[in-house]
Write a protein that binds this ligand. Sequence first.
Ligand SMILES: [Zn+2]
Length: 496
Amino acid sequence: MCNTQNLARTIGHPGCGPAPQIQRDGRPRGAARPAVLIALTATLALAAILGTWALRRRSAAERTRNVILIIIDTVRWDALGCYGNALDPTPNISGIAAEGVRFDQAISSSGWTLPAVASILTGTWPTIHGGSGKGVLLTPIRDELPTAAEIMKTEGFNTLGFANAAFVSPRLHLDRGFDVFNHRYAYNWNVRRADETMDAVLELLGERWTDSNFVMIHFFDPHLDYDPPPAYATKYTDGRTEPALPLTMQACLAMQSEDGGSPSSADIRYVRGVYHGEVACVDAQVGRLVDALKTQGIYDNAMLMITSDHGEEFWEHGGFEHGHTLYDELIRVPLIIKLPAGIEPVERVVDAQVRTLDLMPTVFKLLDIPKPESFVGDSLMPLIRGETIADRIAFSESTLYGNNKRSWRTARYKYIRNIGENGQQKAELYDWRSDPAETRNLVAELPNVAARVHGEFSDFCEAIDAQASRMPYRPSVNMSPREIEMLRSLGYIRDD
Ligand SMILES: [Zn+2]
């Protein structure tokens, strides 16, 4: 793809959804702007962006100080072609995976957005970073912990963030350390589509690209409501079009049986097909970014990371959406790293368990940046180099809905502690290697294993709870009454 096409796409809005209604400055897009003025603006923007990128191309290409972190909200690992999805809605991401390293057992710190994204950016567990919530009460991350963007900024990086959700917002302090935080405050509606997000990315990169750049891009499209643009709406649904788009929470729950049982397999296939359309839409924009970076000579030496904050449940355990459990359909996520040129991975596919909070420690290691003590993850480089290392434990926690839960995933077993309102605790133990769908609770069958894993889990929880209790209290922020009313009316706030 040539620059002109890139920038035409930056200025126009191709192929991935309708033209957005409102620009970031609040002006209705395209309203009363003469065609000549648009063309002139486009030409000037083209010249400015070409000049900026071209002038800086050589120095950027000579160094490996360009780090791009892409977080695609709500994307299950099995939604991607490179993880074996036969529909292959993600050829561009598969291309990046083929050049890089794919991690097959990557675990997020939580099953919903705020704690999961905060764990990536602060490098620690939700209990410690504090970014969490229940229902309509949300707690911002603790300001005494450094964020990835702050560290990168201190190291001389230009820090640019693009985010698309209320749960990844300045209100929750997730913008800390970013020179620019380009944000759309959206719930399941008012979503900035992937093409519009990429327009903003390319425009800002054109204006602000320097020799050292840390860029975070958060896409929200695969999150409810499922409403892919026309080109993707029926691509994975075998032609089915009903119920009509957008598929809202209410529309999906309406497919359940009267007693709340799962929808028919045909209905689930339809819902997932529409969801795959959203995933494909994001993939197209990832491809657009790759093309732009290649055109500017930046791609080869850049480090690219692609992951998700959490997955999505399509009734595998009787529920729908996310934020309510810690089963693997929610906490197992895709993780792909393309390394800068000159670093040849020994392993292209890593089966060992890793955590999304290992991402930033990997960046720090690669760039020779001292890892702050609060970043508890470990670099993934030893695994990429094919070294045998000790198993990593994945701890996950925080539910937005329902009972509090915590999970402890070892190299073989997954232990889940479900804490009821009256303090009643329910334990689950799964051999996830042989039972990846987590269908057989082994607590009674393997009491010694359950006791051992429970002991490790309890010691860990005691330690982080004690650590958190010594940290300053953080007040929660309430959503506005209007937000609460709207979310409740649409079924996004649950009383369970
Ligand atoms: Zn999310």
